[in-house]
Design a protein around this ligand. Structure first.
Ligand code: SF4
Ligand code: SF4
Length: 149
């Protein structure tokens, strides 16, 4: 995990403005049930989205929503600012941030180094795809129950 508040404060979150960090399944829990329940809560909040590298190869991953796209559970925007970026930095506590955010090594006056690729994240999500899509459906169902649609 790479945290360097002084470097990132000066930078103001260029990475977060460009694209949200990528999650790994373990960011949502340690058991399948915990991951499923937390994904449902996340999708219901409308601030998390399923994105993909290649649908035909089942390469999907989960990341925070992009500002203005909140509520789209499936989103393939090429770039955009993370919904959790505020004037004071990330709204999420460190333990709730995506692995991709924690594995981006901040460097001063150089390009920061990513230590988690979207491909690696998608490969890890491949083992949980059924659960991921079921959670998206479940979150929608709850919305329908609440809004009576
Ligand atoms: S990780 Fe790099 S790009 Fe992101 S806020 Fe920190 S210094 Fe800026
Ligand atoms: S979750 Fe936080 S650290 Fe990660 S991209 Fe969004 S604002 Fe930045």
């Amino acid at each position: 995990m790479f945290i360097n508040e002084s470097i990132c404060k000066k930078c103001g979150g260029k990475c977060c403005k460009y694209y949200p960090g990528t999650t790994l399944p373990k960011d949502f829990g340690t058991s399948k049930k915990e991951i499923f329940d937390n994904l449902v809560i996340a999708f219901k909040s409308q601030r998390w989205a399923i994105d993909w590298i290649d649908k035909n190869k089942n390469l999907y991953f989960v990341r925070p929503a992009i500002k203005g796209k909140e509520g789209s559970t499936f989103d393939h925007s090429l770039n955009g600012e993370c919904t959790f970026l505020s004037e004071n930095g990330c709204l999420l506590s460190v333990d709730k941030r995506p692995s991709g955010c924690l594995l981006l090594e901040p460097l001063e006056q150089k390009t920061c180094i990513p230590h988690l690729s979207k491909l690696e994240a998608s490969k890890q999500w491949q083992k949980f795809l059924d659960l991921l899509f079921e959670a998206a459906i479940e979150a929608e169902k709850i919305d329908e129950e609440i809004w009576g649609e």
